[in-house]
Design a protein around this ligand. Structure first.
Ligand code: 5GP
Ligand code: ZN
Length: 114
């Protein structure tokens, strides 16, 4: 999608600090990190959100979950991490391209509506 920020990052027309890339996904540092390690992992294919995951595209999501452990290891994360995806306005999704926030490096509370 030509007006999608994350499609532009995939295309290289918006710069990003990449930490991992393969044929179907890309991982880069969040511009406004909410934790010492805050990586966004996205499918290169434009999928609007988790709400648009289907039997046809779900292999891309499964693939992302297979690469996250290696990315976290590479980042030196040893204390665990949290994976979050926001889908739609009530969840606070601001970029309408499926992305998984992977947060680490701090002990996290659990109050998603706080
Ligand atoms: P959402 O609110 O949709 O779950 O998450 C979008 C995330 O993308 C936010 O954490 C925001 O900081 C990040 N973000 C938005 N634009 C850019 C950008 O151009 N580059 C990078 N690296 N992160 C971005
Ligand atoms: Zn996109």
């Amino acid at each position: 999608m030509s007006d999608c920020v994350f499609c532009k990052i995939v295309a290289g027309s918006i710069p990003s600090t990449k930490v991992y890339e393969d044929e179907s996904c890309l991982a880069f540092r969040d511009l406004e990190p909410k934790a010492p390690t805050h990586i966004l992992v996205i499918p290169k294919q434009h999928i609007q959100s988790a709400d648009a995951v289907t039997a046809e595209n779900s292999a891309l999501v499964a693939h992302i979950f297979t690469v996250i452990p290696g990315i976290m290891k590479e980042q030196g994360v040893t204390g665990g991490y949290r994976i979050i995806t926001n889908a739609g306005p009530d969840a606070g999704q601001t970029v309408p391209h499926l992305h998984f926030h992977v947060l680490a490096g701090v002990e996290m509370g659990w109050d998603p509506v706080g």
